[in-house]
Design a protein around this ligand. Structure first.
Ligand SMILES: [Fe+2]
Length: 279
């Protein structure tokens, strides 16, 4: 029986809702009237989140020269948007750490890939002077979240998809679309909607393999696409869809990234990723 996107998105109910604390932080960090004390009060209720935030705040990603020891310090020094992305990261890591066998990803591999993609997305965003660097981080982190769901249903179709990839030389995503009638970006977008994430994040997740389709925030989606391609080029937790990757040349042009800059980006992010196990 052929699966439909409608059937599979019904399975999005299996994805846990974001914890209340995460929703509270998302709301507070968007609200211009909230202050550091409000944020600290909410986070401190959750001991493990507090620990994770402090650990990540002190990791090399944020490059802060002295030790950050309280949530209020972290909020002031790193900013609300960073607190928001760290909280979201802490909330989804359990989900992304799962084995995603349908895509040939062992336990922790999707997490490693996602975290790398998030760090690379933020780096590109900074380099291209994109204002929402933390939004880029979150989109990079969540771009393949749809795989967690699709993976369960892929087993029967996996062989067919792989044969297409190998014999027709098409990308895993194209084969996914041909065989299933939908791709993991669409399913990921459904998860993002369920979590009430902003529209531009939903879009970036949906079109991270075809950024030219983005209409709300083309630049954000393009940054995630490029970051995703770099993750694959670097061979981080490759899995099966990394074998043939269509890096959109139009997108590179639109972002103003040429071959030389791409090489430079890869060498810069290699240094950044040394500390990726900090979480
Ligand atoms: Fe993907």
């Amino acid at each position: 029986m052929k699966l439909t996107l409608e059937e599979i998105t019904r399975r999005v109910v299996d994805i846990p809702a974001l914890p209340k604390v995460t929703n509270d932080i998302m709301r507070l960090t968007e609200d211009p009237d909230s202050n550091v004390q409000d944020i600290e009060r909410v986070i401190m209720k959750d001991q493990s989140l507090t620990t994770r935030i402090l650990r990540l705040a002190n990791s090399a990603h944020y490059g802060y020269p002295r030790r950050i020891s309280t949530i209020s310090e972290a909020s002031v020094l790193l900013g609300f948007q960073a607190i928001r992305s760290i909280t979201l990261t802490a909330s989804v890591n359990g989900l992304l750490m799962k084995e995603v066998s349908g895509y040939g990803l062992k336990e922790n591999e999707l997490w490693r890939q996602s975290q790398s993609c998030a760090i690379i997305s933020r780096h590109i965003a900074k380099k291209l002077r994109f204002a929402k660097v933390d939004q880029a981080y979150v989109a990079g982190l969540l771009r393949d979240i749809g795989k967690v769901i699709v993976s369960y249903y892929l087993n029967d179709h996996f062989k067919q998809i792989m044969t297409m990839v190998e014999s027709d030389g098409i990308s895993f995503l194209e084969a996914e679309e041909k065989v299933l009638g939908f791709h993991h970006g669409q399913v990921g977008a459904e998860v993002a909607k369920k979590w009430n994430l902003p529209e531009e994040l939903v879009e970036a997740i949906e079109y991270h393999h075809s950024p030219e389709e983005a209409t709300i925030n083309f630049k954000l989606t393009s940054i995630i696409h490029l970051a995703d391609a770099i993750v694959m080029m670097m061979g981080i937790g490759l899995g099966v869809d990394g074998m043939i990757y269509n890096l959109s040349q139009e997108t590179l042009q639109a972002l103003g990234v040429d071959g030389l800059m791409l090489e430079q980006l890869i060498s810069e992010v290699s240094d950044l990723l040394v500390d990726e196990d900090a979480f």
